[in-house]
Write a new protein. Sequence first.
Length: 430
Amino acid sequence: GRLIPDPHLCGVAKLLGRHYEAISALYRLLGVKVGRYVYWPGSGFNFTEPDLVEVGDYVVFGSRSLILTSNAHHRRQVVTLEAGSNVSDRCVVLPGTRVKTGAVLGSGALTKEGTTYEPGTYVGNRGNECVQLKKAGVDASEVKETSYARAFGRRREATYTVLPEWCHIVWSTASISWACIVTKLPIVAGLMLAQLYFMDDWHSHSVASALLVPSAFMILMYPAVLCLVLCMDIGSKWILIGRRKPGSHSWDSSSYCQRWQLYLSLAPLRSFEGHGADLLDMFRGSQYLVWYFRALGARIGKRVCLYPNGADPMMTEPELVTIQDGACIDEAALIAHLNTQGVFTLNRLHVGEQCVMRTFSRLQQSAVMEPRSMLGEHTLILPADRVQEGEWRQGWPAGRGHVIATPLRKGDLPALLTTSKEEAIAAKAQ
């Protein structure tokens, strides 16, 4: 733990771009056996025993996963991810796990200790074993080059200009440097304005004014810098990404992934308040957060409560998300993309009226929540699934056979939830 204190290697991974070959070089120095063109997660990895992890060529990682190489009895076993395998987001890989070529550990997969996973797709966990959604075809055991590997390995063959890795390193380093400058900007600007106010004649003013005037300027500069950072954040999104469209956006055929990574590198600007806190955390559950995501392209109705307890992450593709009136999204995930074995796709999400997504629930691309439906804690709705009107679902994954409440009619809900403000006032007047 002291050798590798955090998943970002003391911040070095953020400077190098998080996903690229430079990260592979760092992990090799720590003892991880790493192949070529591994797509690392943006959240990083915290390997407690890096020399017991083997990662083959073309492995694709999702964010916020965990690899364990020893159990409670201190028995250590090697974890092997063969070439061409896929470990998606929020997976927990236990000691002795072997993920074979063509196998995909989907969202939230919890492996069984000492188990080998054949080609196929697995998610969640039931009865101490991953849920296998489908088996792979005959040719799945063949190692295939990912679109990410093709884009960086044969840049001239891509359909757009693929920036070399050193450009991403320079961009990421410059973004973090600029974020550090912005962090101190309110204080520096406040002191400079105070100096202009006093015209370099500090001695002719009282001690009280010499203290209060700079303090006032610094206090006023914080909301000014906040507005500046929000304008830069929203503006850079529309300049670098534009309006997202559903479809496939592979690294070697579309510039979307490259532009998205350039935009994500600017995220440290939102942490100008210091201590690594995102300024969006100040807007949790408020109308300000709704306005922010509307500015990014989301279609959000009235009386919507977004992330009152925060989220990791908040919605990643706002313009592909529709949230209707009266919905409440707690510490949940609205994810409109999939990155399976290097094939990156986008599609829409729909959350109906009066829907509720509770803590650690997740709605994946193409999924639909019909009006007054609810997702309980730790619930996964698979791509293209539909939660029927009034249903309560729970489970990871939450299949059609795991409905924890029968559908509700509109009249079954409290009047406060089913009427607008104007209707409530009119009913009270009568």
